[in-house]
Design a protein around this ligand. Structure first.
Ligand code: 5GP
Length: 274
């Protein structure tokens, strides 16, 4: 007979530590896939990646083990790459498996969508076959409002309702297209087609001077990624359209990008200690 283990397994201890730390922190906001906590220094925020997946404006919900860990790592990877090429982002550093420290910013209430191939709502709205290459990258804007289902809006709405100035919009489009070039090249290098993606933009203030930065997250939750050879979907459409195991798809993206070893996402659940 083996003696009972007086101490929790390392993974369980890490989990307990994370939970204890979370309990002490002030929660600022809880969204569908992330929780934001007050950061350790003024102007910082801790972004916690949940395993929750939602689709169709939260009408479809599930908990997918390992998704938060993968998205934390992948978002770190993309944001760090963007910072390296001079695209400013909110990312400061990763704290642990599920959390990263980011710069606090004022989120522009828009989803910025860039499309290289027709898919999803564009394919439906305009009756274009999914997978059709677009003549050039198309940038669209949706007003961030869950109750309204994030409706598509134009620059006219954005200017008229004061969500962003024309000058901001010029900067936002330039940022979005740089992100598109960066991600397209990165993905192409590992045999993946970047079909489309969504980013969010934040404002930060240095004295009176305002800057726009890429915020929120960049992960397969907010992109469409298709294997170039087989067309296999490696993004949240796997969940939206019931195409298989979402963690497997995201793990494949992470593996190809060299972001994390295959097994690292499957962290054991804490065990009851007698
Ligand atoms: P569509 O408009 O075709 O549904 O989405 C276009 C792209 O933006 C897709 O890559 C999709 O994942 C992303 N996207 C659109 N809305 C949201 C959203 O509310 N949350 C996330 N995470 N991604 C979104």
């Amino acid at each position: 007979m083996t003696a009972p283990n007086p101490r929790p397994e390392p993974e369980a201890r890490l989990w307990c530590f994370e939970r204890a730390g979370m309990a002490r922190r002030k929660k600022i906001y809880e969204g569908k896939a992330k929780i934001l906590y007050e950061g350790p220094e003024p102007g910082t925020i801790v972004q916690y990646f949940k395993d929750d997946a939602t689709a169709f404006n939260a009408q479809k919900k599930a908990t997918i083990e390992g998704k938060g860990v993968l998205n934390n790592r992948l978002s770190e990877f993309f944001m760090t790459g963007l910072n390296t090429i001079g695209v400013p982002t909110h990312f400061i550093r990763r704290l642990n498996m599920r959390e990263q420290l980011v710069r606090a910013c004022e989120i522009v209430p828009l989803e910025i969508i860039v499309r290289n191939y027709a898919a999803g709502s564009l394919a439906t709205r305009l009756g274009i076959e999914e997978g059709t290459q677009l003549p050039r990258p198309i940038v669209e804007y949706c007003y961030k409002d869950d109750k309204l289902g994030d409706p598509l809006v134009t620059e006219e709405h954005i200017a008229a309702f004061g969500w962003a100035s024309q000058h901001d919009m010029d900067d936002i489009v330039a940022l979005a297209l740089r992100v598109n070039d960066f991600l397209t090249g990165l993905m192409y290098g590992v045999g993946i087609r970047l079909v489309d993606f969504k980013i969010e933009i934040g404002r930060v203030y240095d004295g009176d001077f305002q800057r726009l930065i890429v915020a929120d997250e960049i992960s397969p939750d907010s992109m469409r990624l298709w294997d170039i050879e087989t067309g296999r979907k490696l993004d949240k459409d796997v969940f939206r359209r019931d195409l298989g195991d979402l963690t497997d798809a995201y793990t494949e993206v992470a593996r190809r990008l060299g972001v994390m070893p295959k097994q690292a996402t499957h962290i054991a659940k804490p065990k009851l200690i007698n």
